[in-house]
Structures are given as structure tokens and as C-alpha cells.
Design a protein around this ligand. Structure first.
Ligand code: ADP
Ligand code: MG
Length: 313
């Protein structure tokens, strides 16, 4: 898994930052090297990782403006196991400055991350609640976008605006940008509307909707006030377990995609070999090398869907 993933939704309060911090900790717990980029001037991911945003001498603002190199702005989050590029309200000024640049303003983050891409297995970018130049920088820098959403009446409406932006970025600057998945957050299965919207999402987006559902959980809400991910606050809590399940699902999907590509390459190779063999020698064990697979990702372990009403943990 070597990927840059933007966590984006222009709606505020849908669980972007909660997902960014807790997914960072969960992927780090699987021994992956994780960088979390705080790209929101509110600096919630920074505070939620236990770093005081008021004390920053350098962060995402300076890096975007080219006033600091990336390496010297990074901080280690010990209670989390990941590395953080922190941010605070200075980032608003950085955005304004970016807008005045005549050229290359959308690619600043991509360029800034370039020297460190190989140093991390996963880079997560926590986006602000707007489709602004900061979010555009995140989408241009990313391989994929992970979209957290609450299953509410207006959620779907915002989603099409975001997907339009993703299409535009693909056309203009980043043809490889894909949708990592849509993540249902703060889910309450007792709410009929939430269940309806959830079903609509699956109808619409199919496999793109993560099977893992993040339940509404008090530990996820209170962990930021302790400056740490839920995994380091109450590792048995349903919130912490749900984000571990999400990390597991992402890793498994990646493995399956890799296996599918490998299978395709082998199939092409054997087709080539068969064509060459059939071309002259008349030898060759036609019918011998029957492939024994073909059942696909059978027996995929059922995701431990972390739904259910919110007990206090
Ligand atoms: P965003 O970054 O999209 O604005 P946040 O992650 O900051 O959203 O979440 C908004 C609020 O909801 C925060 O107070 C957060 O603690 C809370 N919250 C997020 N996810 C959950 C959850 N699964 N259960 C309970 N509270 C949550
Ligand atoms: Mg946020």
C-alpha cells in the first residue's frame, strides 16, 4: 500500500478529521509508515494529534508557500505512531497567497510531498470543509479520495458537487485520481432515514461504499480533547475498533486488486506462450495447465460491521 489519500467532503462536521486521525493511527498500528497532512486552517487534526496549533513555528502554510521544506515541518505523534504535518489558521493566509500566484498554484502540495513519497506507505490529507484551493491542492496531490459522509437527507446532494470536482481535477491535472471509497460515519442504525440513505448510497456507488460503517461513538468524540486517537484513548471502544476494521478493509481491497492484476499478467503471459507454442513445434501440454483458481476472492471474511447503537464504548 503506497498511496496518497485525500479525505474530502465540502460539508463540515461529517467526520473528515475524525477519520483522518483515527485511520492514521489504525494504519500505523499495522506497521505502515503514515504521514497525516493537516490541510484545514482550523487545525483540528493537529490538536486531535496532541500538537498545540498555537505553538507552531512551521507547518502546512510554510510548506505550501515554499518557506519551509517538508522534512523540517514534520512532527512525530508518539500517541498515534504516525508523522504529522501540522496546521493552524495561518493556512488561510497561505490560501490567499496561493490564489495570487500566476502559475502552478494547484500543484504546490504535490510538489512539496514529492521528496517524501517514498518515505511513507500512506499519506492521508485532512481537507477543509470547502472546495477551495487547499482542497484542490489535496486532490491534485492525491492518488485517491476517501469521502466520509453522514447518512442524512442532504448528504447525497453535496456528493455530486464533490464528484464533479474530482472529474474536473482528473481532466485538468490528475488523470489517475480515483475514488478510494465512500465511508458512512456517525451511523445510528435506529434512525430510519440513515438506513434509507445508506441503502441509496450502496445502490448508487456499489463496491465504492466501504463495508465498514463507523458508528456514532462517544469515545471518538471525546478522544480529541485528550489529544489522541481513540485507539490510544480506549482501544476497546467501538469507535477505535471500527477504524481498525476500516484500515483492514482498505488493506484487503488493495491486496485483492494486486492479486487481480498479477492474475491478469500471468494469464496474458500464458496466452502468449500458448500462441508461440501453437505456432510451430506442435508440442505443448494443451489442456494440462488448467487454472485452478477462478473463484475470485472467495471466502472473504465478513467485515465486522461496527454498527449498532452507541453503548458508552
Ligand atoms: P469534519 O472534519 O468533517 O468537520 P469532524 O471529524 O471534526 O468532522 O467531526 C465533527 C464532530 O463530530 C466532532 O465533534 C467529532 O468529534 C464528532 N464525531 C465525528 N465522528 C464521530 C463518531 N463516529 N461518533 C461520535 N462523534 C463523532
Ligand atoms: Mg475537519
Amino acid at each position: 500500500m503506497k498511496r496518497v489519500i485525500a479525505i474530502a467532503n465540502q460539508k463540515g462536521g461529517v467526520g473528515k478529521t475524525t477519520t483522518a486521525v483515527n485511520l492514521a493511527a489504525s494504519l500505523a498500528a499495522t506497521q505502515r509508515r503514515v504521514l497525516l497532512v493537516d490541510l484545514d486552517p482550523q487545525g483540528n487534526a493537529t490538536m486531535g494529534s496532541g500538537i498545540d496549533k498555537a505553538q507552531l513555528t512551521r507547518g502546512a502554510c510554510e510548506v505550501l508557500l515554499g518557506e519551509s521544506d517538508l522534512a523540517s515541518a514534520l512532527v512525530q505523534v508518539s500517541e498515534g505512531g504516525f508523522t504529522l504535518l501540522p496546521a493552524n489558521q495561518d493556512l488561510t493566509a497561505a490560501e490567499v497567497r496561493l490564489l495570487t500566484l500566476p502559475i502552478g498554484r494547484e500543484i504546490r502540495l504535490r510538489q512539496a510531498l514529492q521528496p517524501k513519497r517514498e518515505a511513507f506507505d500512506v499519506i492521508l490529507i485532512d481537507c477543509p470543509p470547502a472546495l477551495n484551493m487547499l482542497t484542490v491542492n489535496a486532490l491534485v496531490a492525491a492518488d485517491s479520495v476517501l469521502i466520509p459522509m453522514q447518512c442524512e437527507y442532504y448528504s447525497l446532494e453535496g456528493l455530486s458537487a464533490l464528484l464533479d470536482t474530482v472529474d474536473q481535477i482528473r481532466e485538468a491535472a490528475n488523470p489517475e485520481l480515483s475514488v478510494e471509497g465512500v465511508l458512512r460515519t456517525m451511523f445510528d442504525p435506529r434512525n430510519n432515514l440513515a438506513n434509507e440513505v445508506s441503502a441509496q448510497l450502496v445502490t448508487h456507488f456499489g463496491e465504492k461504499v466501504f463495508r465498514t460503517i463507523i458508528p456514532r461513538n462517544i469515545r471518538l468524540a471525546e478522544a480529541p480533547s485528550f489529544g489522541r486517537p481513540a485507539l490510544f484513548h480506549d482501544k476497546e471502544s467501538r469507535g477505535a475498533l471500527a477504524y481498525l476494521a476500516l484500515a483492514g478493509e482498505m488493506i484487503r481491497r488493495e491486496d485483492e486488486a494486486f492479486a487481480a492484476r498479477a492474475h491478469e499478467a500471468v494469464a496474458q503471459d500464458s496466452a502468449f506462450a500458448a500462441a508461440v507454442a501453437g505456432d510451430g513445434s506442435g508440442e505443448g501440454g494443451e489442456g494440462e495447465g488448467e487454472e485452478e483458481e477462478g473463484q475470485g476472492p472467495a471466502g472473504e471474511p465478513r467485515q465486522a460491521h461496527a454498527t449498532g447503537e452507541d453503548r458508552s464504548r
